[in-house]
Design a protein around this ligand. Structure first.
Ligand code: MN
Length: 258
């Protein structure tokens, strides 16, 4: 049983090298796995699943990108790799329709994964960054189904304008640099792991890829942070039966064999 986890690809039409690297990763790496978990900020922005209704030739290039990504994930899932999608803080409006187009299952944040009897807590990671109070307030609003319904009732151009406005209002949200993204609050990490009874937490979001050893009530525990993808470098975590979790970085033109 091989399980792969990735996050923070921030796919958008302006970063074709990452998109192509993702397709290479699906073909060469994910196709060998039993499951692929995408833990949020898969897309740089998401204004609604009805982007699938736009003609591929629309000028922003978003519709063409989204349709290619959905088709590639659907092919992967048809070939036998289960695909799971979790929301990030940038693509929290991804809905069931897009998930279905990908042959994927949408996951709650957090989700407890049973890895051969070992519970692993999966999160995007933004909910752990509680010191960013302005963002936490926005997060609460943005996860409200009523607010989401109001937004989704707007036209696509109106939503694109609103997304731009939100990004401009928040300096942090305008940048993908790790130093501009607040790091997790250590106490929140411990609290979440204790609540869910997991000695391993995997998340992304902070763009600070690392393996952190910690103690949970005197027992050894671990937090592994996925890296954000760059035009020349990807990151994943490989969970293989019998071996410990492996955090890997790789050149996007030569992803690992499994
Ligand atoms: Mn994020």
């Amino acid at each position: 049983m091989t399980t792969l986890l990735i996050s923070d690809l921030h796919l958008h039409p302006g970063a074709p090298a990452i998109t192509e690297g993702f397709f290479a990763y699906l073909e060469q790496t994910a196709s060998q796995a039993d499951a692929l978990y995408i833990l949020g900020d898969f897309f740089e922005a998401w204004v609604g699943d009805d982007i699938l209704d736009l003609p591929e030739a629309e000028p922003t290039g978003s519709a063409a990108l989204v349709k290619r990504v959905a088709a590639a994930l659907h092919a992967l899932s048809r070939a036998g790799t289960a695909v799971y999608l979790m929301h990030g803080n940038r693509d929290f409006l991804i809905g069931k329709r897009f998930a279905e187009a990908c042959g994927a299952t949408l996951l709650d944040d957090p989700t407890l994964l049973d890895n051969d009897g070992e519970p692993i807590l999966l999160m995007h990671g933004d909910s752990l960054c509680t010191r960013d109070e302005a963002y936490m307030a926005f997060r609460q609003k943005a996860r409200d189904p009523q607010w989401q319904a109001q937004i989704l009732a707007m036209s696509i151009p109106e939503r694109l304008a609103l997304a731009k406005q939100i990004r401009e209002q928040s300096g942090d949200a305008n940048s993908n640099k790790a130093e501009d993204i607040m790091d997790v609050t250590p106490e929140e990490v411990v609290e979440a792991m204790k609540t869910h009874g997991a000695a391993l937490l995997i998340h992304g979001h902070t763009h600070r890829p690392a393996i952190h050893d910690l103690a949970l009530e005197d027992q050894p525990a671990m937090r592994i942070v996925l890296g954000d993808w760059q035009p020349d470098q990807g990151w994943d975590i490989c969970l293989d039966a019998g071996t410990g979790p492996e955090l890997r970085d790789f050149p996007l033109d030569a992803p690992p064999g499994a």
